[in-house]
Design a protein. Structure first.
Ligand code: ZN
Length: 65
C-alpha cells in the first residue's frame, strides 16, 4: 500500500471518484488469481489488477493491468 495521493493516468487525466468527487486514493495491486485454474490450462486467467480506494467514501476503482 502507498500513501494516499492523487492518481494521474498516462493520458494526463486525473482519477476522480465517481461517487464523491474525491481525488485522493490509496493504491493497491491485487492478484486476480483463482487457485486451481492452472489445472485446466487457464493460466491466462491469472492477471493483476490495480485498485484505487477512495480515501473519502472507500469506493474501489479497479483497473486491469
Ligand atoms: Zn469517493
Amino acid at each position: 500500500m502507498t500513501e494516499p495521493a492523487p492518481v494521474t493516468f498516462p493520458n494526463g487525466r486525473k482519477l476522480i471518484c465517481d461517487t464523491c468527487d474525491n481525488d485522493v486514493f490509496e493504491s493497491h495491486r491485487w492478484k486476480l488469481q483463482t487457485t486451481g485454474m492452472t489445472l485446466f490450462n487457464l493460466d491466462w486467467a491469472n492477471r493483476d489488477a490495480t485498485c484505487f480506494v477512495c480515501t473519502s467514501c472507500r469506493r474501489i476503482h479497479w483497473f486491469h493491468t
